[in-house]
Design a protein around this ligand. Structure first.
Ligand code: ZN
Length: 257
């Protein structure tokens, strides 16, 4: 049973990862998702079915278009592999439970907004707002916690990021964080509940570590905009699996319990 669940999660993860890539590309390049089959962005040739197999095709083609040899970014096969890996991890963590539905939806949304944020530094409203809205009834119905936890955590996380971006703006006089990150935090709170606290903490820690490293190797001046969305998303993934144990570990350390 578990093996079947893992195989199904891996196969669906690869297929959905491939779909998320196509969607991310079209969001980043202002194309409608409904515009038919995938085509090479460089030469416009339609992508053959055998060249559209997740991860494998990219490896066989050595990261280049079959028609024009234009390079295909490694972020695309990486996104497919990551989606499959996260689907398997969620399936193993939740088992056959209804909470699988919101959790798979959540990791899919995180991957999609991260891909778009990495490419054009925007968290698309058209993804993050419906994801947050869908999360409320799904988590109230299937989540492991009181019904209000998801609402309070969503509002609290969004409010916290809004506050941080306001303070940053007053102090540095530059936009440190986009409003997109506030909406991403809202979505994270809805799906994570109280576990959004360690998620935000880990996101800020990761973002700060990379920011400081970039300044140290002189690739940034401290004001270089690095997309913050993927850091928040990574924090969210860790917290999805380890959020509650992290909170308990912190409380027992802080309070000596
Ligand atoms: Zn091409």
């Amino acid at each position: 049973m578990t093996i079947l669940l893992v195989v199904l999660a891996a196969v669906y993860g690869l297929l959905i990862g491939s779909f998320l890539n196509a969607w991310a590309w079209r969001l980043a390049h202002d194309e409608r998702i409904t515009r038919g089959r995938s085509h090479c962005p460089a030469c416009g040739h339609q992508i053959r079915a055998r060249d559209n197999v997740p991860v494998l095709s990219w490896l066989l083609l050595r990261g280049r278009c079959r028609d024009c040899a234009a390079p295909i970014h490694w972020r695309y096969p990486a996104g497919e592999a990551l989606t499959a890996a996260l689907f398997v991890a969620v399936a193993l963590y939740d088992g056959l439970d209804w909470v699988l539905v919101p959790h798979l939806l959540f990791v899919s949304a995180l991957i999609l907004v991260s891909q778009v944020d990495l490419e054009i530094r925007i968290i698309p409203d058209v993804v993050i707002l419906p994801a947050a809205a869908l999360g409320v009834p799904l988590m109230v119905l299937f989540g492991d916690g009181p019904w209000w936890e998801w609402l309070v955590a969503g509002a609290g996380a969004a409010g916290f990021l809004l506050l941080i971006s306001e303070v940053y703006f007053r102090v540095r006089h530059v936009e440190g964080m986009g409003f997109g990150d506030v909406k991403l935090a809202l979505c994270m709170g809805v799906y994570l509940g109280v576990a959004v606290v360690p998620a935000l903490f880990l996101g800020f820690l990761g973002g700060a570590a990379v920011g400081v490293t970039l300044v140290a190797v002189r690739r940034g001046d401290g004001k270089t905009a690095i997309p913050f969305g993927p850091f928040l998303a990574a924090g969210a993934v860790v917290a999805l699996f380890a959020g509650r144990p992290l909170i308990e570990a912190y409380l027992s350390l802080a309070l000596g319990r």
